[in-house]
Ligand binder design. Structure first.
Ligand SMILES: [Zn+2]
Length: 279
């Protein structure tokens, strides 16, 4: 899938971003003083320099984004994000996550985070690391990228990257009503990762992650199975006082202005985003 880029749209967003930045700066400073700064969680998929698609960002662009994030936010773990949601947040924070487990992320992106000691949660799937099969969304696009091997995931965990669960087979959990199948995807997938890697798996990220891909029963299964939190991916901010179990995430956009626009809190996005309620 290729995104058809309309040049004037990028320029309009740039103009909007810079025009509203002073107002945002003021609002963000006031929120920080009130211990109510946003707790943001980003998700990336694939960082690589060849065969770009909608879920790929180049290594150079990823480094630029990390440089900007490091200069402007507290970069924290998901556990620390949840603590700030529960107890208050005096400086805007960002937690970095990845979904799926693309082998190429081990070339530059993850070593960069490890070198700089930036916390990261890496949502992977036992099935693909065990079999080497291509992810279904790549098959659907006619592409084929290597998933991380079990050895790669083990060495990431040893280097301090937190491994999370992303279901067993990247199923759309929003479409599944059978509780046993949901359990198999969420808890079965986690238990296989635990067996393969010998680490604790504390967080779960819904495949696809939009409202229609979420499922109230799945939230309950994850909570009962002892997960510390679950992540969606439809875009959204977390604030102190929100439900800390459900972490809303924002896409790690390959366009720096779009990313800056999100992370400095676009009031239009605050208004338009409806938090998924599961109970
Ligand atoms: Zn995914």
């Amino acid at each position: 899938m290729t995104t058809f880029r309309i040049p004037w749209k990028g320029r309009l967003l740039g103009a909007y971003y810079y025009a509203t930045l002073p107002g945002r700066w003021w609002l963000n400073a006031a929120a920080a003083r009130d211990n109510n700064a946003p707790v943001m969680v980003l998700y990336y998929h694939r960082v690589a320099d060849h065969k770009p698609n909608d879920w790929t960002i180049s290594n150079a662009q990823f480094r630029r984004e990390i440089d900007w994030l490091e200069a402007n936010f507290d970069l924290v773990s998901l556990e620390e994000s949840q603590r700030r949601i529960r107890e208050g947040n005096s400086r805007a924070s960002v937690s970095i996550t990845f979904d799926d487990g693309y082998a190429e992320n081990c070339d530059e992106a993850l070593p960069l985070l490890i070198r700089r000691r930036i916390p990261c949660t890496y949502f992977a799937m036992s099935h693909f690391s065990r079999t080497g099969e291509t992810f279904p969304h790549d098959v659907a696009e006619g592409t084929s990228f290597q998933p991380n091997t079990i050895e790669q995931l083990r060495s990431l965990a040893n280097a301090g990257i937190e491994i999370g669960g992303h279901s067993r087979t990247h199923a759309d959990l929003g479409q599944i009503t059978c509780e046993q199948r949901l359990y198999d995807e969420i808890v079965g997938g986690r238990d296989e990762l635990v067996r393969d890697l010998g680490v604790e798996i504390r967080y779960f990220a819904f495949p696809y992650g939009l409202h229609e891909n979420l499922n109230a029963t799945a939230f309950r299964i994850a909570a009962e199975a002892g997960f510390a939190g679950v992540c969606s991916a439809y875009g959204g901010y977390n604030r102190p006082g929100d439900d800390a179990f459900h972490l809303q995430r924002i896409h790690g956009d390959a366009d720096l202005v779009r990313l800056k626009n999100w992370l400095t809190v676009d009031p239009r996005k605050v208004r338009r985003t409806e938090r998924y309620l599961y109970h």
